[in-house]
Each structure stands twice: as C-alpha cells, then as structure tokens.
Design a binder for this molecule. Sequence first.
Ligand code: SAH
Length: 348
Amino acid sequence: MTDRIRSLFNTLIKTRTLKVSEYKELIEGYSPDAREYAAALALLEKEKVYGKAVFIRGLIEISNICKNDCRYCGIRKSNHNCSRYRLTPEEILLCCERGHELGFRTFVLQGGEDGYFTDGVLCPLIEEIKRRYPDCAVTLSLGERSRESYEKLYGAGADRYLLRHETADPNHYALLHPSSLSYSERMRCLRDLKDIGYQVGCGFMVGSPGQTVDHLAKDLKFIEEFSPHMCGIGPFIPHKDTEYKDCSAGSVDLTCYLLSIIRLIKPAILLPATTALGTLEENGREKGILSGANVVMPNLSPEDAKAKYTLYNNKLTKGAESAEALELLKEKMAAIGAEIVCARGDAK
Ligand code: SAH
C-alpha cells in the first residue's frame, strides 16, 4: 500500500468526505494490504457505534413476478424459464410468526414489481404485522412506486425501504436496465422515500457488466451525499437465463474493500453482508462482517419460494442462510468475535 493511499484513508476518517477523483484513487489503489488496512479501520468505527452487535433481518421473498426486465436479474419479466410464485398475505403472516418465534424483530418483504401487491393489499398486511408484532420493524423492498403509494405504506406502519440505486452513473444505469426504467426516476423514488420519513437503503452490485472504477467512485460519492441509513452491496453474479450469463462474477475481495470504505464514510450506516457474498465464497458473509458490515438477512421464505427466487445462479439458501439455522449463524458469528443481536436494530 502506498503512502498516498494511507493518507487518503486518514483524510477520510477525519473528514468523512473525499473528491470523486480521490475515491477513484482509493479503488485503483486496491491491494490485499490496503483491504486489510481499510478493514481494521472500519471495524474500529463500527465498534465505536455498534459494539460487536450484528443485527439480523428475516427476509421474506413475497413474489418473483415482475413487470420489469432488468438485464442482470434472473426474475426479469422476459425469463420464461422462471417458475413464478406469489405468497398470499396469510402465508406472509405465517413467515412472520415463524420468524418472531426464532427471534427476528425485523421483517423484510422483498419481491419483484408484482401488480398484485397494490396498496390495498399491502396496507392491511403491514398493519396486521405491526398489530401482531408491535416490537418489530417492517422493511419493504418492492421496487419503484409512486410517492403517494410510498406515503400510504408508511402510514400503514412500514419503517424502512430498500431500493438499490444499482449505479450512480446514468449511462451505466441505462445499460443495465430496459428503457422503461430511468436513473432519474430511481433517484426520485429514493428522495421521496427519505423525505417521507423511511429509513432508506440504497446500494449497488460490485462487478456488474460495464462497471468501471469511475462508476464505483460515483457510487461512493452518492452514498456520501445521499447519506442513506442502510446500503446493500454485493457482488454481481450472472444468471444463466440472462444476456449476462457469460459475464464473470464480481470480486468478493473488492466488495469487502468497498464495504470498509463505506463504513469509513458513514460510521453509523447499516451495512449487510449479503447473500451474494455468501454465495460466491463459503465464508463470504464472515469476510463481510470482518470488513465492517453489521447486518445479515437470513431467509424466512417458504422452501418452495426460496428455490424460485433465483436472482442469480446458485443463490445460497442452505446452512446459515436459512432463518431456521439461526443457531449455526450465531456460532459462526461468535467465532469471528461478532454477536448476533435479536433487536429491531435501527440505525443510530
Ligand atoms: N424488485 C426489488 C427487489 C430486487 S432484488 C427492487 O427493485 O428493489 C434485490 C437486489 O438484488 C437488486 O436490487 C439487485 O441489486 C440484486 N440483484 C439482482 N440480480 C442480481 C445478480 N444477477 N447478481 C447480484 N445481485 C443481483
């Protein structure tokens, strides 16, 4: 690691801001040494705010039906090999019941943009989850909706919303998405969500097709400026039924380096060690936690839904990824000095 990289990290810790060109230097200056240096700093920052705590979220994949055709995504509309499913509100409530017994205090309802889940269906469901489990947070990850809809869902009791920005470069955004989706609309959604009062999560894939160091530097600047409560980043993984099937997957090590940098930009951010990280490497999630992540999202979906919610090849569903295996996850985390905490785990 060069003196320049070391001094950029020192500046970042003091000021929590760098120029886009400096973020670019940091990324280009990636080396195993730099990654370890960044991870050590990130762990210190995380401990100052959250101690050894790692928060858990119960992920419920409510539908893989989607009206969008995102080029990278396995559940994109034009993938006719995808076997479609949708959970009923009753099934979703059963997942919450199981999750609550297991110790989960946040439920994440994620899915494709499925027209079935209107505000008229979602609002009573959210109200019922909050009525039964007033000690729990409800997070939604259901894509782009109108401001009015976001307002209604918030009014029904939703606490948080995850909507990855995917890339902070409009041209790269246009490359990854169909023309029906736009960077400006994605930004509109993120601004509205924050404005309404949600705890908001953005995020991006590392190593997505066409991604350059300039794009990643812009992603970091975007996170610095937008200042989300949460940020989900994971490596891109190709899906066999997409045009990107032959592209290579993103790097676990670069993802970890970026996790550390994001922790240094925003010490109090909630940062998941994602399923994609655990899918590419056996100890990927542990590496993420040791790089500064402080959230894991075990899967509470019914087995059949887990198998069908195939965003990318070989998506991990077994072992500590499954909510039932919480004990295993606790052991794995304890082994690296982290402590699974059963609490809502709001951002500080
Ligand atoms: N429809 C919701 C949920 C999307 S799935 C929404 O739009 O927010 C959640 C995330 O999975 C996406 O935001 C995307 O960043 C990620 N994802 C999709 N396909 C992927 C792939 N092939 N590799 C890695 N991550 C992927």
